[in-house]
Design a protein around this ligand. Sequence first.
Ligand code: 6PG
Length: 223
Amino acid sequence: MDLIEYPDREMLAMSLADRLASALKNCLMVHDHASFCVPGGTSPGETFAALSGVDLDWARVHVFLNDERWVPEGHERSNTSLLKRTLLTDRAARAVHVPLVNGAATPEEGIPDLSGAFATEFPISLLLLGMGADMHTASLFPGADRLAEAMAPDAPTLVPMRADGAGEPRVTLSRPALATAMETHVLIMGDEKRAVLDKARTMDPMAAPIAAFLKDATVHWAA
Ligand SMILES: O=C(O)[C@H](O)[C@@H](O)[C@H](O)[C@H](O)COP(=O)(O)O
């Protein structure tokens, strides 16, 4: 694991956006499209704002979330709405968005219609992850009802997930789907998450799901 500490959150956002843009450009030089898998939550907002203005061939970039809360688009907890406001705007509005939610009543009912679109998205070219203070990443929450299934080597791409700390039902990319990534970055902010991450590094991924992705990752941190 590499850890980069930035003097402040603005520097983190600018530098990380730069790095992500370079990775996407490099990928587009050798592949017809790039698969870019990104977190919801609040931390990536400024990074996405900087990235959305970058001049690259966005029409060949396929963007999808690590995970989504099972709420309709427009809901205040919708990661899809957040993504559309923060990343899929400005120049990046031309990117292809691969949805992770639909109008079905539950993730179990909705997933069969969503999975097909992911067939051409692996391996993931570029993965950005967040982390919660409980060591979850994507919607791989410690203690979640289907965590063992989602962490198994033969897990399907998309898994429904319910957990005490998760609020509404979720849909998440599974561990093996996320682990296809050619390049992985983790974005965390604040002293609490820094301490949590240090602790998670040596833990079993069933107790600390973020640990499953740290070995080859670059972690970006600012207080
Ligand atoms: O939908 C979600 O909740 C996420 O995709 C999740 O995995 C997120 O990355 C972490 O919870 C960190 O969230 P914050 O950036 O808001 O702290």
